[in-house]
Design a protein around this ligand. Sequence first.
Ligand SMILES: [Fe+2]
Length: 248
Amino acid sequence: MPKKAIIAQVSDMHINAVAETYRNINVRKNFIDVLQFLKERQIDLLVLSGDLAAADGEIEAYQWIKETLTRFPYPYVVMAGNHDRVAVMKQIFDIPVKDVQDDMLYFSRRVNGHRLLFLDTSTYILPKKQLAWLYQQLHHSDESILLFMHHPPLLCDCLFMDSFYPLGNIAETWELLQQLKVVKHIFCGHYHTDKILKEEGKIIYLTPSTMLQIDTKSNRFVVEHIRPGWRMIEWDGEQVNTQVEYLP
Ligand SMILES: [Fe+2]
């Protein structure tokens, strides 16, 4: 019986190019504090699920994150969000060459024998090449996987984000996902909130940001609170146990 995989998902850190606050939030300190908290756990993989950089793939942000993670004792993977630039990320992080194709960062990993797939929606859509890859990876398989993508593949009843920043090709992406029965658990960021949606046999988990959380009930940008959050995931290949945690 393979061991459970313990995964920490940290998202939307929005690290700036220089050490300064944003809306009075010290985003760099938030990330360091979250890592400090996670160091005390036994985790198998840290997933940084996109929007690592503040606005537009700032190289100084990636350099700072990489340097900060040299003091983190567990392995990690980086994903691209809409504020990231894969061409810059691959200069800084130790990303296997095969994980980047056409400047898109999408890949598969095994953690304690369990399979995880990671997509790249940094262009605000899930491009056809990745949809085809996902189908090719999974349509013959009966092994359950965990899927990570920065943008959720559905509207989430979060008024501001649904109205202005949803995934650009939701219908096409959801149609493909429906064909893939082994995709039951989908972990996302981007929406800066903690929410779980259940739709047609799939569960979509929204993970909060380490920067700020967005009020889901407003159709304008309203900050709900600024406690940095992340998600812990325990997975044995069948069952997922997950909860969001916030810094005290
Ligand atoms: Fe985002």
